[in-house]
Design a protein around this ligand. Structure first.
Ligand SMILES: NC(=O)c1ccc[n+]([C@@H]2O[C@H](COP(=O)([O-])OP(=O)(O)OC[C@H]3O[C@@H](n4cnc5c(N)ncnc54)[C@H](O)[C@@H]3O)[C@@H](O)[C@H]2O)c1
Length: 371
């Protein structure tokens, strides 16, 4: 039996998911929702979807079974809890929680996990990194034992503020809209950590145990300012993690970087290593390093989705398939709320450490889903 889904948030990113949900063979009924009537009408027309809602409140009152939230980041946590309490499954775009106050974000993560536990509904985080072919490839290599003992990793999300392809000043202004004002400048880099942390936590099947981090403050800074909403002066943040499996990981979140941008990682074991950066993807051993085709590790998809995988390394189709399948089968999705917390909490605590000059701090953990 298929399910009914409502896609809420049809902005720059959300609109890209409408066709994938419409085409999924297990989606019997697709509805769309946005506060912005023009956006809603445009996507509904483009995808020939008739069922439309003007607000999340309306969706929560409906008989829709599963809600996909691709709204602004600071809305995710409260909206996801609202959906869960309404007795529906929920998918949230990253990050699971967002805002300037780390302690508050950790409290929100705690509330999110508890709401999933109490309601018994499913929660999935839409972290694109988990369905990139590079990550699938490493998962396979881990399963075959090819890395040996995992010793060291590097992961990064580099996105310069003035990147000509995606200018973060403009992205932030557009997302905050009427609420913008001059004070919303300077978002904390480590409060958007999941694209980077997800690779290490997912592949290693472990969690971050502790962190020591430092921040970089540009001397002629005009964006990362102490007196703005975020109270943040760090344009770049660099964290060193001790993983629960003993490995060490370096994580860089750079917003001030003369570079076109990068989501990548390297992972090293006693027997093998994987490198992904501008040089492409390579597998290494003591004997040498050679290019590899990571697409051989892609998992199967329904044919209706396989023809067009969507953006972010072809991850979109997999995210849709995993959420729909988990809801239809009544099982936890791969990126359940406990895993979402393991992607998010390290960044929150990294920023706290950076504010204390690199003091090592333990990273809280919410464990695994109940059996
Ligand atoms: N690689 C990735 O995983 C990736 C990439 C891009 C964006 N994102 C995430 O996707 C999210 C959306 O980004 P975007 O650029 O599309 O933002 P956006 O501001 O363009 O779109 C958000 C939309 O949500 C709608 N919305 C907000 N509250 C609503 C409500 N209560 N009811 C109905 N509609 C509501 C808004 O009207 C808006 O159209 C962000 O959280 C961002 O972090 C993730």
């Amino acid at each position: 039996m298929g399910i009914s889904v409502c896609l809420v948030g049809l902005g720059q990113f959300g609109a890209q998911f409408a066709e994938l949900y419409r085409n999924h063979p297990m989606v019997d009924r697709l509805a769309l929702c946005d506060l912005d009537a023009e956006r809603l009408a445009k996507v509904a027309h483009g995808c020939a979807v008739a069922e439309c809602y003007r607000s999340l409140d309306e969706v929560c009152r409906s008989d829709i079974e599963a809600v996909v939230l691709i709204t602004q980041p600071w809305l995710h946590a409260e909206q996801a809890m609202q959906v869960l309490r309404a007795g529906k499954h929920v998918y949230s775009a990253v990050p699971p929680v967002y805002g300037p106050d780390g302690e508050r974000l950790l409290e929100q993560l705690d509330a999110l996990v508890n709401t999933v536990r109490q309601t018994g509904q499913l929660y999935m985080l839409g972290e694109t990194t988990c369905y990139r072919a590079e990550v699938s490839y490493c998962r396979q290599r881990i399963a075959q034992g090819d890395f040996g003992q995992l010793t060291y990793g590097e992961c990064e999300y580099w996105h310069d503020l003035d990147n000509p392809n995606s200018n973060l000043r403009q992205v932030d202004r557009a997302r905050w809209g009427r609420e913008w004002g001059p004070d919303k400048r300077g978002a904390i880099p480590m409060h958007y950590p999941t694209h980077a942390t997800a690779s290490m936590v997912d592949i290693m099947q472990t969690r971050v145990a502790s962190v020591s981090a430092l921040g970089y403050q540009r001397p002629d800074e005009d964006w990362f300012l102490r007196d703005a909403y975020w109270g943040n002066v760090f344009g770049n943040e660099v964290a060193l993690y001790r993983m629960a499996n003993g490995a060490v990981v370096r994580h860089t979140e750079l917003r001030r970087v003369g570079h076109p941008g990068r989501e990548g990682f390297r992972l090293f074991g006693t027997e093998g290593s994987f490198l992904w950066d501008e040089g492409g993807c390579r597998w290494g051993t003591r004997e040498g390093v050679a290019a590899v085709d990571v697409n051989i590790a892609r998992e199967p998809l329904p044919p209706a989705l396989a023809a067009n995988l969507g953006g972010h390394g072809g991850s979109h189709a997999y995210l849709v398939h995993e959420f729909v399948s988990a809801c239809a089968e009544g099982r936890q999705p791969r990126i359940h709320v406990w895993q979402a917390a393991r992607f998010m909490a390290p960044g929150i605590v990294a920023h706290q450490s950076a504010l204390r000059g690199g003091e090592p701090l333990p990273v809280p953990d919410w464990g695994e889903p109940p059996a």
